[in-house]
Write a protein that binds this ligand. Structure first.
Ligand code: BG6
Length: 487
């Protein structure tokens, strides 16, 4: 299908930051190279560093060759790409300094405009105010807000209220890059395009659900940010909550943004509150100490030169209950941590045992079905079924076999989450972005846990770097007679 492309000005605030070079510019380069950006489109890098055009192009090229795979980079494509990139100095808090940006924007007749705020949220209000002052916001303009949108419900409301003074809710795109991952969107296809899945997706058939987002990396030069946030605010409040919503939501009435967001918000509102009374039984927090990953020694979190005393958690595990008809009695166990044994993000749907087993299986337990949706490091969806071992033994023996629904083998370049999401902003499709009430509902639920943690009701545990978290994380699920899924 041929889509009508509109020339768009994409303005990146915080253009020389880590996210911009690591994710945004590579994503825009791929979109350009694959023909998704109209030729008249422009990328305008806005930052508080003064670089000449020559220096800007040189730096962009260096960073692109650092952050995209070698085979995806081409000098020929870059020579064309550089024609659409521009840069301008702006001191975000100084209204007068926006006049050069205005000049650049006025030079083009591009009607469509996207402002991507990849700065500290402290600047969101100033930037939007100045864009409005210089009459740079049109009815068709969009603004993208990078996380963190706040540290709690109150600060999230302040940030959103500032932006809402200048942009309408339907112009605001709050990004959660997990929603741009192919497998995450595939949850919608799997659940709502497959008749055979539909009747199984509830408390009658499912025993429990696990969501794990494990990283082997540490804080990677972002200690200043991370130490203020920790695993709960950095990962659980947004990425894991979004995954949980997609797995748990009711069928939306269409793929339209509000239909999907309405269903996600209902899930967030049905989460059983975790309060001072039940926080110790339902949550674990921990910080990594020194250890080793792949045989390499790794210093502990507190050994980081930018961190002194800190009670910031680098690991969090929770038992979450959803109080509604579909999920009554089906716990969701979720966990995320840094410096864990390996990078692995997955959702495990563990089905119940058959009502009565006729198989003796030589005394060995017969496992029950499980659907494993793996996001990282490789995408896959695997359904485990029980099969007869092909042999002539007297008693029938059973084994678990995996049915690969998506296999990780495709050689085609995988689109990065930011490519999908940036293209959706250019296309004005907000489906994969978070609406205000989603962000607020997630914060409200998370806040009560964080308050209890701040009062030290749940002790901070330690785990060695390179392991899968503290033993308390294992206990959280083991006390309900279950185990975390391991490959
Ligand atoms: C970011 C967090 O949102 O997600 C980081 O701020 C984390 O701390 C990253 O490392 C993980 O993203 P991905 O796509 O690598 O799983």
């Amino acid at each position: 299908m041929n889509e009508i492309k509109k020339p768009t000005d994409i303005i990146i605030f915080g253009a020389y930051g880590d996210l911009s070079f690591r994710k945004l510019i590579p994503a825009l380069y791929h979109l350009f190279s694959d023909g998704y950006l109209e030729e008249e489109s422009r990328i305008i890098s806005v930052s508080r560093q003064k670089l000449s055009r020559k220096e800007h192009i040189k730096l962009t090229k260096e960073k692109l060759s650092e952050f995209i795979e070698k085979e995806s980079f081409s000098n020929e494509v870059f020579d064309k790409f550089k024609e659409i990139i521009h840069s301008v100095y702006v001191d975000f808090a100084d209204n007068d300094s926006y006049k050069d940006l205005k000049k650049i924007l006025d030079e083009s007749s591009n009607e469509d405009r996207v402002s991507y705020l990849s700065t500290s949220p402290n600047f969101f209000g100033d930037i939007c105010k100045s864009l409005s002052h210089w009459e740079l916001i049109k009815p068709t303009s969009r603004v993208v807000l990078e996380k963190p949108i706040g540290k709690d419900l109150e600060s999230a409301r302040e940030i959103n209220n500032e932006v809402l003074k200048y942009f309408n809710e339907n112009q605001i795109y709050r990004i959660d890059h997990y929603l741009g991952k192919n497998t995450v969107q595939n949850i919608l296809a799997l659940r709502f395009a497959n008749r055979i899945i539909m009747p199984l997706w509830d408390a009658t058939n499912i025993d429990h659900i696990q969501i794990t987002v494990a990283e082997s990396v540490g804080v990677e030069g972002r200690a200043g940010y991370y130490d203020q946030y920790g695993a709960m605010r950095d990962m659980i409040q947004n990425h894991l909550m979004q995954l949980l919503c997609l797995v748990a939501m009711e069928p939306p009435c269409s793929l339209d943004a509000n239909s999907i967001r309405d269903e996600k918000v209902k899930v967030l509102r049905s989460l059983r509150p975790i309060t001072r009374e039940n926080v110790a039984a339902n949550t674990v927090r921990a910080q990594y100490s020194n250890g080793s990953i792949n045989g390499q020694p790794v210093p502990g979190y507190l050994d980081n030169k930018d961190i002194e005393e800190s009670l910031t958690e680098t690991f969090a595990a929770l038992r979450v209950d959803i109080d509604n008809w579909r999920w009554n009695g089906v716990p969701f166990y979720i966990r995320s941590g840094k410096r864990m044994e390996k990078r692995n993000s997955e959702i495990v749907i563990q089905f119940k045992d058959v009502p009565y087993s006729i198989f003796q299986n030589n005394g060995e337990p017969v496992s029950s079905n499980k659907l494993v949706i793996t996001l990282q490091p490789e995408e896959s969806i695997t359904l485990s079924l029980i099969n007869k071992v092909p042999e002539l033994s007297e008693n029938m023996r059973l084994e678990e076999v995996d049915l690969e629904l998506i296999s990780p083998s495709s050689t085609k370049r995988k689109n990065e989450a930011y490519e999908r999401l940036l293209l959706d902003v250019v296309r004005s499709n907000p489906t994969l972005f978070m609406r205000l009430d989603e962000v607020e509902s997630a914060w409200k639920w998370v806040d009560s846990i964080l308050e209890a943690w701040e009062d030290n009701i749940v002790p901070m545990k330690k785990y060695a770097a390179g392991t899968n978290g503290p033993s308390a994380g294992v206990q959280l699920i083991a006390k309900d007679g279950r185990d975390w899924h391991e490959d």
